[in-house]
Design a protein around this ligand. Sequence first.
Ligand code: NI
Length: 271
Amino acid sequence: MQATIQLSEEQIRQYHDQGFLSLPALTTPEEIELMREAYDRIFAERAGRERGDQFDLAGSDEEGKQAALPQILSPSKYAPELANLQAWVNAKAIASQLLGGEAIYSGDHAILKPAGHGAPTPWHQDEAYWDPMLEYQSMSFWMPLQEANEANGCMQFVPGSHKLEVLEHHSINHDPRVHGLETDGVDETQAVACPLPPGGCTIHDSRTLHYAGPNRSDVPRRAYIMVFGLEPSERKTPRSFPWNDKKKTARDARAREAGDPKVPGASSADD
Ligand code: NI
């Protein structure tokens, strides 16, 4: 399958300057329909729960308690039809264009904000979840499977923040049972909201500060995220992300019990 999108010089310049980019369509309406069906099926099944791939990103993830922000890591493992779609091929081609080398897939995830419910996703940088020993050149494609706007939790970014180092983060509400991270002190007056039609996408660097509000609408907000980047390299200057070592999540406990321990910093994600 060939990519059907090529970025303009202006879009490439904008991405490197601002740390994010918004595209009106990453794929066809037919494909979005197919993705939405797969998405709803795996959330209804809570696919991957026993392995720690399905969990509540913003809460303590207790059984019987409604999740604030249900998430599935690697949804394409549970719904293989999500991979090798036009959206995927286009994301890989765009990432390669932006990075000037062949980008490789490094993960996908899905975050559902239930109708009239769903917590905000607090300000954070994605790299804060990852391995502090590695140097990344990586980006996330955030694709809503219905319209996304400020009322249902579209993405918001701080322009230029991708040029910062990884800031100090902590678990949401300072609760180590919560997987989700946040960073304090972001100047929200700088934030740019990116409403999108279904199947559009935003692209952001692993250090770009971003946030998504709660879902105040009467339909679920489905976001599908693909991460592409160059092969990470060993960092020359060491750093540590102590906020990940402090976590004691039910999700990690389930993964350990299933014999599938989650390595801190590996393939963790959010939004
Ligand atoms: Ni994020």
